[in-house]
Design a binder for this molecule. Structure first.
Ligand SMILES: Cc1cc2nc3c(=O)[nH]c(=O)nc-3n(C[C@H](O)[C@H](O)[C@H](O)COP(=O)(O)O)c2cc1C
Length: 295
């Protein structure tokens, strides 16, 4: 990657033209929308609401299916874009099949989205360390590209889920996906989202994401990719100090436009110069040296 600031999964649709524009705007890599084995329409509207402090969405994983989407990955690779393919499934073999096809199309890495229900529809894959390990191991056996595991914050102990992923062979942990939340319309006296519950993203979740990255950094040896509520270079610095080796930006693209990528990379560069550092690695995890929390 030419820099450690990526577009996070799903926020900007699936077209290779849009994703290429994000790369041209200065992102180090783009993560695609989560792709499954079959096309999926997603939930009916309303699926997204701006709450001011953040954005609440319940899209329902709409996507064209892997057979169609490989064309977008191939087009991105022809344009020299660094692409991380986000993958979801309902069982381990499905994840492995989709990840394999997207890697064959040229994806530089895959990111496994575990924030979807598993087969029995009880909870999410990412809420069960055993399932996380099983899916991760199956995908690792079937692809040769790096495998990132993206975790849901909707668990009691995210560090133990990260540990399970690491032991199963994950190459990096991405944290976090959206926080389970809802909104109610007081005039219609009903939930705003058609799916009732959704995922909260944006500034409101930054402290939660930062805490997750901090805890995961203490639990695993593999790199951590921080995501959740980053809207400025200052937010980005906090994530690196908490232990992230790279970061992703999602909702801030809605809030601030594509210029957010250069704002963050340039702000980071100036911060490193001011602190007398020549690489970002020099600040990764630095906040831990000053903490009294047990290692
Ligand atoms: C509209 C929307 C769609 C999203 N779609 C996906 C997705 O397809 N796969 C995924 O792993 N995460 C998805 N996410 C979660 C983001 O990638 C990210 O983890 C989350 O929004 C927190 O980061 P942010 O506060 O910078 O947006 C989506 C988020 C939003 C707002």
């Amino acid at each position: 990657m030419r820099n450690p600031v990526m577009l996070s999964a799903g926020v900007l649709g699936i077209s290779h033209r849009t994703l290429r524009r994000v790369y041209e705007a200065g992102a180090g890599a783009v993560v695609t929308k989560s792709i499954g084995a079959e096309p999926r329409k997603g939930f009916k509207n309303p699926t997204l609401v701006d709450l001011g402090v953040g954005v609440l969405n319940a899209m329902g994983l709409p996507n064209p299916g892997v057979k169609e989407f490989v064309k977008e990955v191939e087009a991105l690779k022809r344009d020299g874009v660094c692409v991380i393919a986000s993958v979801y499934g309902f069982r381990a073999e499905e994840y492995a099949q989709v990840a394999g096809e997207l890697c064959d199309a040229g994806a530089d890495a895959v990111e496994l989205n575990y924030s979807c229900p598993h087969v029995s529809q009880v909870g999410l894959i990412g809420q069960n360390p055993q399932l996380v390990a099983e899916v991760t191991e199956t995908v690792k056996h079937s692809v040769s590209k790096p495998v990132y595991v993206k975790l849901t914050p909707n668990v009691t102990d995210i560090a133990s889920v990260a540990k399970a992923a690491e032991e199963a062979g994950a190459d990096a942990i991405t944290a976090i996906n959206t926080v389970r939340a809802m909104a109610i319309d007081i005039e219609f006296q009903r939930p705003v989202l058609s799916a009732v519950y959704g995922g909260l993203s944006g500034p409101a979740i930054k402290p939660i994401a930062l805490r997750a990255v901090y805890e995961i950094y203490e639990a695993v040896e593999i790199p951590v990719i921080g995501v959740g509520g980053i809207t400025s270079w200052r937010d980005a610095v906090e994530f690196f100090l908490a232990g992230a080796s790279a970061i992703q930006v999602g909702t801030a693209v809605y809030l601030k436009g594509l210029s957010i990528f250069r704002q963050i990379t340039q702000g980071l560069k100036r911060y490193l110069e001011r602190k007398g550092c020549s690489t970002i690695e020099e600040i990764v995890g630095k906040a831990h040296k000053h903490s009294s929390s047990p290692k």
